[in-house]
Design a protein around this ligand. Sequence first.
Ligand code: 13P
Ligand code: SF4
Length: 310
Amino acid sequence: VDPTLDLFEEINKLKKEKNAVILAHYYQEPDIQDIADYIGDSLGLAQEAEKTDADMIVFAGVHFMAETAKILNPTKKVVIPDFKAGCSLSDSCPPPLFQKFKEQHPDHVVVSYINCSAGIKALSDVIVTSSNARIIVDSFPKDQKIIFAPDKNLGAYINKVTGRDMLLWNGACMVHEIFSLEHITKLKQQHPNAKFIAHPECEEHILKMADFVGSTTGLLKYTIENEATEFIVATETGILHQMEKSSPDKKFIPAPPDNGCACNDCPHMKRNTLEKIYLCMKYETPDIIMDETLRLAAKKPIDRMLEISK
Ligand code: 13P
Ligand code: SF4
């Protein structure tokens, strides 16, 4: 790409020319969030993708999110900036292995976190996100046996708050499972008035310390509505951009991981750049293509989730 190009201007031109909408997750880099038409958590992004009347959906997130958009709105072209932007959590649950696991527990219903492939969605009874998992799990009778996949941390958290004993698939997010208890404890001592907030993909010992646990949208709302002026934030650092924009007088401190880095970025989310957004819009590739049988099977449990979350 010509380095003299003003990418903001070019992307805005392409948006109009192609009747495109840019949907971005909170973990995207600040420039991408600033040019997006909608920024949200996984539930908000799915709802937005379903209702858009744009001709092209530019999905600035990871593959399973763009795939979900295509499942919900198949007549639209769904382009992604980088086809390699995957998800460790989604990868931890391959459909053939999961199918076997499911067959071993025929009396269980399958509740799957949206961070999974279409193949896993097609094997599920209902999909959840971190913002509606509790309500959806609660909608089943207390004695209903449930398999929860693929995130063992979110599953354990939902087990705790609902008093259930769901069977958990052994998957985890590479970003949320490396927060350091030791560093966070130190930070809390240094900032005694700060609220410590965490995403439910974090491990149990981290969630135990949290003043608030929520999805990315939930965390952002909490920082806007809570009167505290300092927050230690245990999730991917991209969310800090909207927190700082919404509350410029408050201080946001990213919770450190245990790998020596100061903050915690998702290597998949951060594959996307403004330049790649421009290129995928201009050339309309790479785009999501789906087998129709798989799409319909994966859509059923997502529709059920959207119906409950209306
Ligand atoms: P939410 O934005 O739905 O909280 O999900 C977080 C996440 O890890 C997405 O990959
Ligand atoms: Fe997947 Fe974790 Fe990255 Fe979200 S933050 S895309 S769950 S690896």
